[in-house]
Design a protein around this ligand. Structure first.
Ligand SMILES: C=C(O[C@@H]1C=C(C(=O)O)C=C[C@H]1O)C(=O)O
Length: 104
């Protein structure tokens, strides 16, 4: 991805173009992440396994740390990952239901 250095940008429009490029790439990566989330259901059998409480805690704590290491607000990233993981759990539960009823 070719980006102009933030300090080199000469207008708000140029800055916003860089932000759009970055977000497009971040979202493409979340698309990739989501494919793995859906496939993990092949290795899970029940609701407790889907929620995976300890893993969920670890994921959030690592993302908090990574956010801080990048000069970002840990609480913001904790909230984002809470929402993301809650949605992933819902999706995994739907897929588990389908798996159990033989649809997939
Ligand atoms: C993907 C998993 O399932 C759920 C979703 C997670 C995630 O999106 O990172 C983490 C833990 C689980 O709550 C997993 O068990 O690793």
């Amino acid at each position: 991805m070719k980006l102009t250095d933030p300090k080199e940008c000469i207008s708000a429009e140029e800055i916003r173009n860089q932000i759009d490029k970055i977000d497009k790439q971040i979202i493409a990566l979340y698309g990739e992440r989501h494919k793995y989330v859906e496939e993990i259901v092949r290795f899970k059998d029940d609701e407790e396994g889907i929620i995976a409480h300890d893993r969920k805690k670890q994921v959030i704590s690592d993302r908090r740390k990574w956010a801080e290491e990048n000069g970002l607000d840990a609480g913001t990233f904790e909230k984002m990952y809470q929402i993301l993981i809650e949605n992933n759990i819902k999706r995994e539960l739907e897929l588990l239901k389908k798996k159990k009823s033989g649809i997939i």
